[in-house]
Design a protein around this ligand. Structure first.
Ligand code: NAD
Length: 305
């Protein structure tokens, strides 16, 4: 019975005096965790202080990994590391400053000996109501590109620096449905997300020869701070819960909504050996949203002849 309780479980769960009903939950839980798909792996997660990055960190730890959260928000980052427990550390890192990304990678290697997984989740939305392209503020554009594109590339560059010599590694980037279709986001955000999928293709073609895989995930809209803060500027004081309900109601897939955990589980898959032959891939996680567009044909009885 006790063999069912994995090492990870014993790290955090005190079992003394557990009631029978709790035991059932415990056994179910421990069986589910037995696989430990990231057992012994070390992951660096930019943007790990919140949203999708933090959710990925939680899942990575559940699967046996140690994570380093690298984020520009030191307060949130320290809190996140504390909440996630002893297998998480925080390093302050602005991904627009290459030296800080290099130092975050070096920290992970110095502290844990290796870097197996680099998850580039840091990102910003930019201004919510960017004007039409003829009036686009290129400073806004540069800012969004600096974080979403240059920051992602810096993460890949420095992860590749330490992974390629070991002959293995998994790098994950976050694009978006906005990186697949125009019109869903502002120009800077949309362009930045198209660029992320481009970077993944370009770099995967090189790094496959060094044993390093590079993939990305393109999620649908999820009510994280990035999205809720942006929509709050549009909807005003309707309240964050209302905005979250609006976002959750946008799903095309009947009976389901896109959640942080969905992206985190996709990240676990791409980080683990379950995806050992997958590289240069864009895993679209959109509940069918970008799979179709209907022709706006007029109904036969409404035809004007
Ligand atoms: N939430 C969504 O609907 C959605 C959908 C598709 C893609 N994405 C992408 O997912 C990624 C994560 O977004 P999220 O929704 O979790 O947002 P979030 O705001 O909850 O988290 C983003 C994190 O990135 C950090 N960050 C911002 N600028 C940084 C910088 N310069 N250096 C280091 N860290 C920085 C923030 O402090 C924050 O902790 C982003 O790339 C975003 O574009 C989000």
């Amino acid at each position: 019975m006790l063999r069912l309780v994995s090492r990870k479980l014993s790290r955090r769960v005190a079992v003394a005096g557990t009631k029978e009903s709790s035991w059932r939950k415990l056994v179910k839980f421990s069986s589910a965790r037995q696989s430990g798909r990231l057992e012994g792996k070390v992951a660096l997660i930019t943007g790990g202080a919140g949203g999708l990055g933090k959710a990925a960190a939680r899942e990575f730890i559940e699967e046996g990994a140690t994570v380093v959260l690298a984020d520009v928000d030191a307060l949130l980052g320290e809190q996140a590391a504390q909440q996630l427990g002893p297998h998480a550390q925080f390093v302050e890192c602005d991904v627009t400053v290459e030296q800080q990304v290099a130092e975050a990678v070096d920290f992970a290697v110095a502290r844990h000996g290796r870097l197996h997984i680099m998850h580039n989740s840091a990102g910003i939305a930019g201004p919510p109501m960017a004007p039409d392209v003829a009036r686009l503020d290129l400073a806004d554009f540069d800012h969004v590109m600096g974080v979403n594109v240059r920051g992602t590339l810096a993460g890949i560059k420095h992860a590749a620096r330490v992974m390629a010599p070991t002959g293995s590694g998994s790098i994950i980037c976050i694009s978006s449905v906005s990186g697949l279709m125009g019109g869903l986001g502002t120009h800077p955000y949309t362009i930045s997300k198209f660029a992320v999928t481009g970077i993944v293709k370009s770099v995967a073609g090189e790094l496959c020869r060094r044993g390093v895989r590079v993939n990305c995930i393109s999620p649908f809209v999820i009510p994280t701070r990035l999205v809720v803060d942006q929509l709050a500027q549009i909807y005003g004081d309707v309240g964050r819960q209302k905005i979250m309900d609006i976002v959750d109601g946008l799903s095309e897939l009947n009976g389901a909504k896109c959640e942080e955990i969905d992206v985190a589980k996709a990240a676990v898959y791409l980080a683990s050996d379950d995806s050992k032959y997958i590289t240069g891939h864009n895993l679209v996680l959109d509940g069918g949203f970008t799979s179709y567009k209907q022709l706006n044909l007029p109904m036969p009885d409404r035809l004007e002849l």
